[in-house]
Design a protein around this ligand. Structure first.
Ligand code: CA
Ligand code: CA
Ligand code: CA
Length: 408
């Protein structure tokens, strides 16, 4: 460290390190919850003396703290109004928060929360039965990792977000499954069986939205926001009207290396954009993606068909100009296996430049850029990252496949 006149101040370094360490220790605290721990009803939240209930730890915690939750089933309706990290220490299979069909499983208000390693199930509420997250802007919100939101029910005239409802915030799902959630009534023309997002920055990476149901947007409903899906799967969702997979009104939808299949509805449009009279009111980019075996048209915008939609290096059932339209050859779609069979037209047919450079794996965590020697490369390659060579001398990367799964 140097002073303003350029002289070195060696002594200042250890002092400031010690001060930072002090701040860290003083400010950030860990809390522990274990519903199966003897004596937890009088617990103090330490590792040796945990609380029984997640809510007790949330109430005791301060901004920036981390709550560690041991395996077990927690029948709770948790409300979080501070910036916290919640970790299911042994993961989603054994760490279950059950809303007991009497209320929402988790509610997050005006905070920045990270949740990892849970199953959140059996919630019942007017909107966002699994999770409701609301904020005052994109700085608020939820990052949900390695979790499952399942079996939650919204049954109300507004019927928004069976699994998750997000309002005016950022909602990020990583390695997470949203399944078997229901937004039941259809009085109001919105929905989102899996996820409803309003004025929200929604992004899904390596995630699955399946077997949800709603009047509109069986999987996802995005209104006045952005929805970005990467390495993700939206399958087997159903609607009463349109937008069996994704329904969007006002804003932008991006599908990159995602698979949208076997979503059903009485009418048409797995990806459905409402455009009124303005073709740019709602827009979509579909890149390196596969849309197959959804009811009716795979992609629809209304009232002007095709308005605001850009499809590139993708496969769309029924065809889309400049893209593929033949059978993607899934391994076994009826049983939920949407990997590609040898000989699939999706292999080595994507465009590497559509993926952010940080992405190196597919939805299963397997290498994303793999060459199948048996398949001629019809997609677009790019240069190897982190190679300190002039671009002309750098090796190129194998070509990415279409869809969420790379053929290995
Ligand atoms: Ca179709
Ligand atoms: Ca490939
Ligand atoms: Ca090849």
């Amino acid at each position: 460290m140097k002073t303003a006149d350029g002289r070195s101040r060696r002594g200042a370094v250890p002092v400031s390190l010690a001060w930072m360490l002090f701040l860290l220790l003083a400010v950030v605290q860990d809390w522990y919850v274990d519903v199966n721990a003897p004596g937890c009803s009088t617990g103090t939240g330490t590792q040796m003396d945990p609380f029984c209930n997640i809510q007790d730890a949330v109430d005791a915690a301060a901004d920036g703290d981390t709550v560690h939750i041991a395996p077990g089933t927690y029948f709770e309706n948790v409300v979080i109004e501070k910036n916290l990290n919640l970790i299911g220490t042994e993961g989603q299979q054994v760490t279950i928060v059950d809303g007991n069909a009497t209320g929402r499983v988790v509610e997050i208000v005006d905070s920045e929360v990270a949740i990892r390693g849970f199953t959140l199930r059996n919630g019942y509420a007017l909107a966002g039965a699994g999770i409701r997250v609301s904020g005052t802007g994109p700085e608020d919100g939820l990052t949900l990792r390695n979790s499952t939101v399942t079996g939650n029910v919204v049954d109300d005239a507004y019927s928004r977000g069976g699994g998750i409802a997000a309002y005016l915030c950022t909602l990020t799902l990583v390695g997470t499954t949203v399944s078997f959630n229901l937004a039941g009534d259809y009085y109001y023309p919105e929905g989102g069986g899996g996820i409803f997002a309003w004025r929200t920055v929604l992004s899904l990476g390596d995630s699955v939205v399946r077997d949800n149901a709603a009047p509109f947007g069986g999987g996802i409903c995005s209104v006045w926001g952005t929805a970005e899906l990467l390495n993700s799967v939206v399958v087997e969702n159903t609607t009463d009207f349109r937008g069996s997979a994704i329904w969007a009104r006002r804003g932008h939808v991006t599908l990159t290396n995602s698979t949208v299949a076997r979503n059903t509805c009485p009418f048409s449009g797995a990806l459905y954009l409402v455009n009124f009279s303005d073709p740019l009111y709602t827009t979509a980019d579909v890149r390196n993606s596969v849309l197959w075996e959804n009811t009716g048209a795979e992609i629809e915008s209304a009232p002007q068909p095709g308005a605001g939609i850009l499809v590139q290096y993708s496969l769309v059932e029924g065809g889309w100009p400049g893209n593929l339209g033949t059978d993607p050859l899934f391994v076994n779609a009826p049983s939920g296996d949407f990997r590609l069979l040898s000989g699939s037209p999706c292999i080595d047919a994507g465009n590497n430049t559509f993926l952010p450079r940080r992405i190196s794996t597919d939805i299963r965590g397997l290498p994303r850029f793999v060459d199948d020697p048996a398949t001629p490369d019809t997609g677009i390659s790019d240069f190897m990252p982190l190679m300190h060579l002039p671009s002309g001398n750098r090796p190129t990367r194998p070509v990415v496949d279409m869809g969420a799964y790379e053929f290995q």
